[in-house]
Design a binder for this molecule. Structure first.
Ligand code: IYR
Length: 220
């Protein structure tokens, strides 16, 4: 096909999956992903070298509005830094659970058994804080920022999960304190705090179910 477009292009090297392998591969991927659970109880067992870096590389393959790639991933492993993170997050969360959250919101959270205590922020060997990068001295205006960063985080969680690591998508609110804890400039705005590690021995998770396909899929 002749390339007469007005912008530079390169050939696509598509994934080639034989048609008869597409469904079994999709099913196998589902079986891996369906075993992911949000974990709140972490072991101190170290994360093997390179896994977090590969997961961040994978996250950074996400599509983004105008290809601005408006994300920053800050990985905290230092004990003192994690202690500061926990202290600041617990102060916000105490406000949330005792004042800010509506009774309706607290009811919705009841099956998860969460409260303002966040020991996992120190127990997990690494905590990844994900920032949206907004317009600033060295960063262009992003588009569809929340969507772009959300997709990247989905890929991050999938990569860590397939490597055998557990994650928690934690959302302290408000998150401004994270700029100071993570030494980030004001155009960066934290949107996820993700402890990563192996689950503690005997870790328990809430007895909750995923919706069935018929509840989430509409075919027209
Ligand atoms: N940010 C609080 C509350 C919380 C909110 C939702 I929505 C959850 O799914 C879980 C927790 C916390 O992290 O405890």
């Amino acid at each position: 096909m002749a390339d007469d477009s007005a912008y530079p292009t390169v050939p696509l090297h598509p994934m080639t999956v034989p048609a008869d392998e597409a469904e079994p591969r999709s099913r196998a991927f589902h079986e891996v992903m369906a075993r992911r659970r949000t974990v709140r109880d972490f072991s101190s067992r170290p994360i093997p070298d390179g896994v977090v870096e590969w997961a961040v590389r994978t996250a950074a393959t996400a599509p983004s509005g105008a290809n601005v790639q408006p994300w920053r991933f800050v990985v905290l492993t230092d004990a003192e830094r994690k202690r500061r993170l926990r202290e600041a997050a617990e102060a916000e969360e105490r406000e949330f659970y005792t004042r800010r959250a509506s009774p309706e919101w607290l009811d919705a959270l009841a099956p998860l058994g969460t409260d303002w205590h966040k020991p996992f922020l120190e127990q997990a060997p690494a905590v990844i804080v994900v920032f949206e990068v907004h317009k600033g001295p060295a960063s262009p205006r992003p588009y569809y920022t929340k969507e772009s960063v959300g997709i990247a985080v989905g890929l991050l969680l999938a990569s860590l999960h397939q490597a055998g690591l557990a994650t928690l998508t934690h959302t302290p609110s408000p998150m401004r304190f994270l700029n100071e804890v993570c030494d980030r400039p004001p155009q960066e705005r934290a949107s996820y705090v993700i402890p990563v590690g192996y689950p503690a021995d005997g870790a328990q998770v809430p007895d909750i179910r995923r919706k069935a396909l018929e509840q989430v899929l509409v075919r027209l």
